[in-house]
Design a protein around this ligand. Sequence first.
Ligand code: ZN
Length: 155
Amino acid sequence: MARLTIIKEGDDTLRKVCRPVTEITPRILRLLDDMVETMHHAQGVGLAAPQVGILRRIAVVETEPGTVYELINPEIIASEGEQIGTEGCLSSPGEYGVVTRPMTVTVRAMNRKGEIICYTGSELLARAFCHELDHLDGILYKDKASRMLDPKELD
Ligand code: ZN
């Protein structure tokens, strides 16, 4: 596995719409492994392929240590409720904003075996799913933030 470089906000790559994965190749599997390692090293709860310069519909999420969601061609197929909370992004280190997201979402995605699986998550997991899926359409959380936090509001 290899650690990848995370692209920072301001790079056009983060504004592109990613293409679906049509076939799970060894290259895609290696990318998943590398994205998980990169997310761990950066201590993030999610990472999307465009953040490492790959314009494919792939994201990894891990809000609870040890439970990694590898999402290929993910889609939100149901959402419910609302939560207002603080959000950040590995592409914008040190910055946080207040974003309203659904309280619960169901994501349908392909896993690394090519199986279609649905995952339902609430609270932080729902927020992470929404945040990472937005990346695949070139959307950053700041586009949706009601306000950004002042550095003084941070610990
Ligand atoms: Zn992000």
